[in-house]
Each structure stands twice: as C-alpha cells, then as structure tokens.
Design a protein around this ligand. Structure first.
Ligand code: AHR
Length: 315
C-alpha cells in the first residue's frame, strides 16, 4: 500500500491503492488525450520515461481524442485501485461525475497539460501545465508589432484546436483580447483543425478557396500550421511571405519550418511535463502540501532564434 495523509483534505488517500501493491511502489493510471500531434508524442514519451526513472508503475491509455474513452480509462483505473490517476482532459467540461467517483474511492487525481471547468477544485490535487491564454496573447502581441504603423486591413484566418479543449478556448481568447485593440485586424475565418496536420491542410484549402485575400494564418499548434503550409504551397502561394504564419508548440518540425522562413513566429508550449508530474505524484502520496497550480515556463521563437535552438531541440 502506498498511502498517506492527503495534502489538501487531511483524509487518508492510500486506502484505495491498498489492494494494488504491497511493495511500496506507486501505481499511476495515466489517461492520455491521443496521438494527434508532435507535441502529444513528445508529451507521452516524457511521461513514460519519467515514470520509469522515478520507479513509478505506469498504466497508460490513449483516448484517441474522445472524452468517453478517457472516462472509461479513468473508471478502469479506479476499479484497478491504482494509487494515483493523472490525465490530460481532451475537453474542459463534463468531468465532475468521474472525478467524484475517484474522490469517493480516495484516489487522488492530478490534471496535466489541460484544465477542467469543474467548480469543485477539491476534485483534483493540482493542475500542471501551460498558461494557454498567455500563449494566445503572445501570438497577438507579435502580430500587433509586425503590423505597427501600417493602416491597411489585415485579414486573419484561424485554425483552432480541438473544439471545447482548454488550449483551443484559451489560445483563441488570448489572441482575440490583444488584437481587438486595433480594428484593422479582422479574423475572417476561424475553424477547428483538431490539432492534426491532415485537418489543418483540409481546412486551409477551404479557407484559401473562400477567401482571395488572406494575410495571416494563426494556427493553435505547429501540426495544423504545417498542414496549412502544404495547402498554401499547393495554391501557388509562399508560406511566411504571401501569408504570414503564427503557430504554437515549437516542436522540431515546426521549428524547422520557422528556421526556413515558412512560419514567422512560434509561441512555445512545453510537452516535457513527465518529471514534474512524477515528483508531484510522489508528494501527493506522501501527504506533502503541493501548490494547486504548477505553471510551465515557456518562451517564443523567431526564425533566427529557431536556427540557434534547433541543434539542441529534444522534441
Ligand atoms: O494541450 C496541448 C496541445 O495539445 C498542443 O498544443 C497540441 O499540439 C496538442 O495536441
């Protein structure tokens, strides 16, 4: 059994895990979103490697971007009496019931990468990940600077992440908040590309057909931006020149396109959450007090900065 006093509530956390192991090894059930992007692949690798390094027994499931699969996986971890559950919620809403089930079973939950909109924050121990609103703001601030002193209308198309997901909601609102100060910025089309390269390409093709003048593409991740680049090139336009491109993530493929001038600016979102997650899980199980929110530190990249960073880029 791996049990101790809870960090927040003072109740006994380990009872549910008591049937799982007698060797003192922590068992974590991790319900991943899917494998939709280069970011997600790097995130999965980080979690799996960090679990091995921390001596944590990891049960891993891939929800293929479907909330019902994630809920099933969490219920199965509860039934297996794991010591702790961690997951990256595919969308923000609809988690209260299953989180309550975990709480009733006295299994602590850690949110990684994406938030839930549950009002009851006692349903999870902490949330570790990026500030997606800030990421959207950084994208908007770059755009405002880029077009400073120019009066002409700037037509923007937006490729949103998965509908209802925290990064799609927040990156959209953060960006909109910044550009609304100047009416020359017009978002003329905004649609989901589901965070995938294939959908990014498909939606960009439609954007190009429907809109003769597109100045800027804001894509909520690198993969959709990379798919859109294929569509832009197929339409006989030069990505990064005829259409300026801003993306989020800074995975190797995105950084390579940035260094080549096909993307103009990338806002970093780090997927390397594994070591911090394992550390927090150990603390929760040991009954230590942990912060309710753990923010990931991130930067931004211009083409020059991408060239300098690429040789050491791990993902
Ligand atoms: O939740 C993080 C987002 O999910 C990444 O920006 C995107 O690439 C991924 O699919």
């Amino acid at each position: 059994m791996v049990g101790a006093l809870s960090a927040c509530g003072g109740e006994k956390e380990g009872d549910a895990g008591s049937g799982a192991k007698d060797d003192g090894k922590i068992t974590m059930g991790f319900a991943q979103v899917g494998a939709e992007s280069g970011w997600r692949t790097a995130n999965t690798k980080s979690i799996q490697e960090a679990a091995t390094a921390a001596g944590i027994d990891l049960k891993f499931s891939d929800a293929q971007q479907k909330q019902e699969n994630q809920i099933k996986a969490i219920r199965s971890y509860i039934a297996q009496k794991v010591d702790i559950i961690a997951f990256s919620p595919v969308v923000e809403s609809g988690w209260d019931t299953v989180l309550k089930e975990a709480k009733d079973a006295k299994i602590p939950v850690i949110l990684t990468d994406r938030a839930v909109d549950s009002k009851d924050t006692s349903l999870y121990k902490t949330f570790i990940g990026s500030d997606f609103v800030l990421e959207g703001k950084k994208a908007g601030e770059w755009l405002v600077k880029e077009y400073q002193g120019k009066a002409d209308t700037v037509n923007i198309v937006e490729l949103q992440g998965t509908t209802g997901s925290a990064p799609a909601n927040d990156r959209k609102s953060g960006f909109a908040d910044v550009i609304k100060a100047d009416p020359k910025f017009k978002v003329i089309a905004s649609q989901t590309g589901d965070f995938t390269r294939a959908k990014g390409k498909e939606v960009m093709e439609a954007f190009l057909k429907a809109n003769p003048k597109i100045d800027v593409l804001y894509a909520h991740n690198d993969d959709m931006g990379l798919g859109a680049i294929e569509a832009i090139e197929a339409a006989g336009k030069k990505p990064g020149v005829d259409i300026k491109i801003i993306t989020v993530d800074a995975v190797k493929d995105g950084m390579t396109a940035l260094a080549a001038g096909k993307i103009n600016f990338i806002v970093e979102c780090s997927p390397l959450l594994g070591p911090q997650l394992m550390d927090l899980a150990k603390k929760v199980i040991a009954g230590e007090t942990i912060p309710q929110r753990v923010l990931t530190e991130e930067t931004t990249f211009t083409p020059e900065q991408a060239k300098a960073a690429l040789p050491d880029r791990k993902y």
